[in-house]
Design a binder for this molecule. Structure first.
Ligand code: PMP
Length: 382
């Protein structure tokens, strides 16, 4: 067998299990997508606040630009000539909004999560990570070798507490790694309890990924840490701009010293061309408006409650407490059939299968946005 034949054999095995992934050819039209000639309501977008589908907002932004200020590339790493002023403005604004010492912006959440941990961990570090953290964090943990890592059961903070108390004396540093809103289950972790646990030991740090919470939770949309009043207690508060903020990129909120250290040590920060300044300008434009979007946030949470109660009425148990609402079906093949049924009825819901989720928990993952209506949620053929 040659190389291509070997790969094909693996692909065929994935297909036989219903786990083959293919890039969908789709056309976007605001809240709708057209796939294979069929126009469907998009129930699988991370555009949580509906800002990516908001043409009026884009017009307002475009009015601020001229051919001279529309800068489509930074042409360089930030450490060379790519550090346009807009980066500093965005970071200063983020630090101000979060009431923190510093912020550092990255090209995406994947870079943040694969770069921060390897930069700060060493052989005397123990990483304690929730079993369900995102693949980007898992890759970051892998790149952190020789640091040791133990994964605790999902949201089992009693197990985490035991692990911390048992190991705090053996390691120079422990880093607890979690998401605030989990990307596949849509449930939340108890940040206050994590902060309390951290306060018992001097050498415990907290790393929280708020990718699915930034813009969505908190009185001014800064995330769950804002809602729980614990921004200052989190050492690495990470979020992304590709979801509720309708842009691209990611940030960490941290101390001045951590920021300086990452600038010197974090490879996905150092060895990449910085995002285009126009992208940063759009991010800043959106970030400045997030605090005024409580009506969208409340509508989004109400849609989530409505969908969860519809699922419960049909005897689905869903772990969700957010705008991410999984309908857990089990077998991949059944999940695909159910997703296709919804699509035929005009609702673009997508199956999520292993390895993204554990074997036997294939699901339809509804990812709601504030641009949807109650009538639309009521009409989903569950
Ligand atoms: N963290 C979480 C929890 C995510 O779900 C994702 C992507 N969906 C990322 C990080 C990666 O962010 P980005 O898409 O900006 O690379």
């Amino acid at each position: 067998m040659n190389f291509n034949q070997e790969l094909q054999q693996e692909l065929d095995a994935l297909q036989a299990k219903g786990n083959l992934r293919q890039l969908p050819a789709l056309k976007h039209d605001g809240r709708y997508v057209t796939v294979g000639g069929q126009r469907m309501l998009n129930l699988s977008s991370n555009d949580y606040l509906g800002l990516a589908a908001d043409v009026a907002l884009r017009k307002e932004f475009l009015d601020t630009l001229t051919p001279e200020t529309f800068l489509p590339t930074s042409s360089s790493s930030r450490l060379l000539t790519g550090n346009f002023q807009i980066y500093d403005e965005l970071e200063a604004e983020l630090a101000r909004l979060f009431g923190a010492e510093a912020a550092l912006v990255f090209n995406c959440g994947y870079h943040a999560n694969t770069g921060i941990l390897p930069a700060v961990a060493n052989a005397q570090t123990l990483i304690l990570a929730d079993k369900l953290v995102h693949a980007s964090l898992i890759d970051g943990i892998r790149l952190s070798a020789p640091a040791r890592c133990i994964r605790y059961r999902h949201n089992d903070l009693a197990q985490l507490e035991r692990l911390v108390h048992e190991n705090a004396g053996q390691y120079h540093r422990i880093i607890i790694v979690t998401e605030s809103v989990f990307s596949m289950d849509g449930d939340r972790t108890d940040l206050r309890r994590l902060v309390q646990l951290k306060s018992c030991h001097e050498n415990v740090l907290l790393y929280v990924d708020e990718a699915h919470a930034f813009g969505v939770f908190g009185p001014t949309g800064l995330g769950c840490a804002e809602e729980d009043g614990c921004i200052a207690d989190i050492d690495f508060l990470v979020g992304t701009f590709g979801k509720a903020a309708a842009s691209a990129g990611a940030y960490v909120i941290c101390s001045h010293t951590v920021r300086d250290y990452l600038v010197n040590r974090m490879r996905p920060f150092i060895f990449t061309t910085a995002l285009p300044p126009v992208c940063m300008a759009w991010t800043l434009f959106v970030v400045r408006r997030l605090s005024g979007m409580n009506a969208r946030r409340q509508h989004l949470q109400s849609l989530g409650r409505q969908l969860r109660s519809r699922l419960e009425q049909q005897d689905y148990s869903t772990p969700s407490t957010s705008q991410i609402v999984p309908m857990i079906i089990g077998a991949s093949a059944d999940t695909i059939i159910r997703a296709e049924h919804m699509q035929r009825h005009g609702f673009y819901a997508l199956p999520v299968r292993p390895p993204t989720v554990p074997e036997g928990t294939s699901r339809i993952r509804f990812s709601l946005t504030a641009a949807l209506t109650e009538e639309e949620i009521a009409a989903i053929p569950l």
